[in-house]
Design a binder for this molecule. Structure first.
Ligand code: AMP
Ligand code: MG
Length: 537
């Protein structure tokens, strides 16, 4: 695992100056009509951790996207509503009955620098619902106008970046990766001023919660440990209730958050996802991918891949992500020290143990998924532990091959599934030279045969292996050129067709077929050489 960034030890930091939040300026003109089944625990239980704030009214809301499947899962009862009513509600012009809009306070390390006050500068938590599976989920607006935390920003968002969040977030969901989701996007009919004038939009985001590492940092930096304890107890009850009875529940909480991040980042790495801005305010406590700004999917395999226009040093490059997750978790640990043990030295040593275990936990999750991607069912029993290091080496040499020949990451894995079924030609076509590939395929086949022999796997084993591989190695990812094409049509011409077609394809990423072939094609080398992502502010 890359560990390029210096790893500062855990150090206690408390500056008990609690800033009074400025007040929200927006007037509430809304005429609520729709009733939603809200139950707003954050607003109820965490007074002092947020500031109430109304969304700004918008000129002429139009519904661009509505996620009916998700609305159904959330039990919102919106099936009978027309687009106009939905646009009024999801723009904030007609907030649903029961909504309790608040701007949450948080801080964060941005590119390694601590910013003691960030907060919801262009987002509002509207309320919480308990979905059909009994899971509590936040409904939040993004782009709904200025809040007490806007600093110099306008609180707005543009159509392109909000539809981009829909595409990438829904693709992640379909790939089986924990993520916040998009419920609706409404265009506002108002301009947003960036490098050029863009059409404005508001996204409604659904999240397990919007608690971040940065939320803990805010209250650790500004308030007493008692408020951090209140926050931690809330987070534990909401996301890690199994820890309520734990011996040292705050240490257990740190370990549990780390465990979910280890699993999450391993999943990112196996689909070539680059978050792009892994600041501590963008790392969620529930373990979901959150904040789709300058993120992108890698095409040709390259551990140094970075697309964000502002990430000049490559701090958040593809291969740095596990190390950055660990760095961020150390910042979370700092906020919890006074809760972990009254003796600070002891608290630091306990927390350090958890943080130092992270690389191993990450590798554990990475290896488990690697095996699935390689079509392996598990360890070779006779080899035990050494099967782990052999399989890790097998995976790493495959990645080295892809890197050396700049092979498309997604297609290489997918074509390996064909090779498992006996059809090697499509895989070979992706590689320039063959000797390295031949040697690697030989090793891989021997490994498969060893497993099959040990398990007496039967005659259909190759077909079964290929099928299993096709269920974990996607055919479709959101290809950067297709995403850009769809967003340009929506943003510049008001044509949502390409966006909708792409989204429909991304909802079924494992189903290969000729009708959708254009979405599987990698971008040209020239496109990728020039391709940059932006923070969407
Ligand atoms: P992000 O880079 O999106 O994670 O945002 C970092 C911080 O900047 C958060 O506190 C955001 O609320 C704030 N922010 C981003 N864009 C805007 C905007 N247009 N207006 C006000 N605040 C913003
Ligand atoms: Mg953010």
């Amino acid at each position: 695992m890359a560990m390029g960034w210096n790893f500062p030890g855990i150090a206690p930091k408390f500056h008990p100056v609690f800033p009074a939040f400025p007040r929200c300026q927006n007037a509430n003109l809304s005429m609520p009509t729709i009733v939603l089944p809200f139950d707003n625990s954050y607003a109820r239980d965490l007074a002092g951790f947020y500031e109430p704030c109304q969304p700004a009214a918008v000129r002429s809301p139009v519904l661009l996207f509505f996620n009916r499947g998700l609305a159904e899962e959330l039990g919102l009862g919106l099936a009978g509503q027309d687009d106009e009513a939905l646009a009024a509600m999801f723009s904030g012009n007609a907030l649903p009955v029961g909504a309790q809009p608040i701007a949450q306070a948080y801080a964060g390390h941005q590119f390694g620098q601590f910013n003691p006050q960030l907060g919801d500068g262009r987002a509002l938590l509207i309320g919480e619902v308990v979905d059909r599976h009994g899971r509590r989920r936040d409904l939040a607006f993004k782009g709904s106008g200025r809040t007490p935390f806007s600093r110099r920003g306008d609180g707005k968002a543009a159509v392109g970046p909000m539809l981009r969040e829909v595409l990438i977030g829904e693709a992640m969901q379909a790939l089986g990766i924990p993520t916040t989701r998009a419920l609706a996007v409404v265009s506002t009919g108002e301009p947003v001023f960036r490098e050029r004038t863009l059409p404005g939009a508001i996204l409604t985001r659904v999240a397990a919660s919007h608690l971040r590492v940065g939320t803990f940092q805010f209250f650790a930096a500004h308030t007493s440990p008692e408020m951090v304890r209140q926050l931690a107890d809330y987070a534990i009850a909401r996301h890690y209730p199994e820890l309520l009875e734990a011996d040292n529940r705050y240490l257990a909480f740190l370990a549990a958050v780390a465990e979910r991040q280890a699993a999450l980042i391993a999943q990112w790495m196996h689909v070539g996802f680059i978050h792009g801005v892994m600041n501590t305010d963008n790392m969620g406590i529930p373990g979901e991918t959150i904040d789709y700004g300058p993120c992108a999917f890698m095409e040709a395999y390259d551990p140094g891949a970075v697309f964000s226009s502002i990430d000049e040093m490559g701090r958040y490059a593809y291969g740095e992500q596990p190390g950055i997750a660990r760095w961020n978790l150390a910042r979370l640990a700092e906020t919890l020290l006074p809760l972990i043990d009254a003796d600070e030295g002891h608290a630091i040593s306990l927390a350090t143990e958890v943080i130092d275990a992270f690389p191993e936990r990450y590798r554990h999750h990475w290896l488990a998924r690697l095996r699935l991607k390689l079509g392996l069912r598990g360890q070779v029993p006779s080899l035990g532990q050494s099967s782990d290091s052999m399989d890790t080496a097998l995976g790493e040499s495959w990645l080295d091959l892809l890197h050396a020949q700049q092979v498309d990451f997604t297609l290489a894995w997918r074509r390996l599934a064909d090779a498992a079924a006996g059809n090697e030609a499509p895989l070979r076509a992706l590689f320039l030279g063959q000797p390295g590939l031949d040697r690697w395929l030989q090793r891989w086949r021997e490994r498969c045969i060893a497993e099959d022999a040990a398990e007496d796997a039967g005659t259909e084993v190759n077909a079964a292996r290929a099928e299993a591989m096709r269920r974990v190695n996607p055919w479709l990812i959101p290809r950067n050129h297709r995403v850009e094409e769809a967003l340009a049509a929506a943003s510049n011409e008001g044509d949502l067709g390409p966006f909708e077609q792409l989204l429909n394809a991304l909802w079924r990423p494992f189903d290969e077929g000729p009708a959708l072939a254009r979405y599987a094609e990698p971008a040209t080398g020239e496109f990728m050489a020039e391709f940059r992502t932006f923070c969407g502010t």
